[in-house]
Each structure stands twice: as C-alpha cells, then as structure tokens.
Design a protein around this ligand. Sequence first.
Ligand code: SF4
Ligand code: SF4
Length: 287
Amino acid sequence: MSDPLSDLLPGNPIQPVKLDLTDNFRFRCHKGIACFNKCCESIDIALTPYDILSLKKRLGLTSREFLHLHTVPFEMDAHGVPGVKLKTRDDTTACQFLTPEGCGVYEDRPTACRYYALGLMSMRKKDSPTDENMYFVVKEPHCLGHLESQVQTVAEYRQSQGVDRYDELNREWRQVVLKKRSCGPTIGKPSDRSLQLFFLASYDLDGFRDFILNPSFRQVYDVPVEELERLSLDDIALMQFGFRFLKQVLFGERTIPTQPDALETRTRRRQEINRQKQAPGATDTKS
Ligand code: SF4
Ligand code: SF4
C-alpha cells in the first residue's frame, strides 16, 4: 500500500487525476475479494499525530513504547523535518498489524489506510491562509477493488472510512507541515532544537506532557498550572495544544502567552546548556 497522503511524501510517482468531494469513483474493498490483504503486504505508510495517539491507546502503550516498537523514522523534507512510518514485520514489507482475517487494528487504523484507494494531495500557496485539497484514485496493479461495480462520491467514501474525524484532528498539524514546506529555504534550515520539539509535539505525546508539566515550561510560557494539568489529562486537547505550540515555535504565531522575561530566560538557559557541554569531561546529554 503506497501512502495516499502524498503531500507528506514529495516525489510520490502517482500522477493524480483531480477529483472533488462530489465526484464519483468506482471502488469497493471487502473480505471476499481475491486480493484481500494484498495491499497490507507491502506498505509505505507515514503516520500522523492522531494515528499514533489512537494506536498507542489501543495497544496500551506509551507513545515512546509505540514509536520504538512500531515505527521507523524518516525525513519529510530536505531540511530534515522528522516523520515516522509504520514499521514492517521482520524481513518483510508486510504491516505488523496484518492478520489472516484482515487488519488487526481496523477501528484505529491510520489515516493513510482509511484513505486508500483514494489519495489526497494538499497544497498551500505561499502567503495563502487556506489549504487546497485535491483527491485522486490510487490504482495499484494488485488491487481488484477498482473492478467492482460500486460507485460513490469522494465525500461518501471519506465518511464511510471515518476520514473526516482523523483529518479534522490532524488539520492544524498538517498546516504546520505544509507551511514549513511552503516556507522552504526562505526561513533557512530549522535548528536541531526546533526539529526535536517538532518530533516531541507531533509524535511523542507522553514526552510532550512531561515537557509542559516541567516547571521550566512555565518560566517561558504564561499558562496557569490548572490549565496545564487539564491538558495533561486530555490527550486530544494536549495534542492540539502541541500544534499551537509548534506554530508559535516555528512560525512565531503567538497564541500561547509568554512570560515578560521569556527571552532572557531562554537565552540564559541556552548559555547554561552550552557552558555545560563545553565543560571539560562533559558527556553528550539532551537538554
Ligand atoms: S494498519 Fe491495518 S489497514 Fe493499515 S496497513 Fe496495517 S493491516 Fe493494513
Ligand atoms: S481491494 Fe484493494 S484495498 Fe481492498 S484488500 Fe484488495 S488490494 Fe487491498
């Protein structure tokens, strides 16, 4: 299954024929079909933050455990913005969650699996406040679903696969990714620290929870303790807060109030970290 969310994977060779939400396409996937499970035997699937949240919850894992056991890292663009892909089963290209009966995590399957065999390409023109979405049908030779007689609109298919909820919850994150890409080299190479924060807020939700509950977070951000505790108990609210945090850190979109002396505090902390790194006998530790 190639990743149908090609906006996450520049260079995807699939050439789209543009479809709108009201356009029809012919496709049906069902258990009795001769190619059942074929698409999951060879996968290339990038995960979104809400995919990880849903899967780690289903599997009873922390985000770190999930990332370690079930994902591999990749770079989403030439600047090294980190992404994670679903890991395949040892020495194969098959999905780890594939069973003879079908998908073993079906109710919580990732966004890309829900879209397939429909693809999405999102674009944001420079300085445009909105994204442009276009849909297209992904036709891979092994997939016989295109020969079935069922016809539906793109909107009907999205609804039947539960795509709307996933897209809505990932919307702000996708905006960050698209904006990052559309800014391109104009804002220069992102710092290692901003890439680490991108990874933390996007994929390691439990790590991000620890990060905002650490007292040093409030030395920079003026968010009441009660608000941070409320966020820490609600995974979805925490994830959405993380997207706002990323927009602020990466693009300066200030929606989270900062302390009056935030800049000085941050500079002081950086200097302290650098001093520690340069001290004789210092080991390489994460800040
Ligand atoms: S998560 Fe499920 S639907 Fe997606 S590739 Fe794996 S087995 Fe297939
Ligand atoms: S019809 Fe296509 S999507 Fe469905 S099982 Fe077959 S290969 Fe996979």
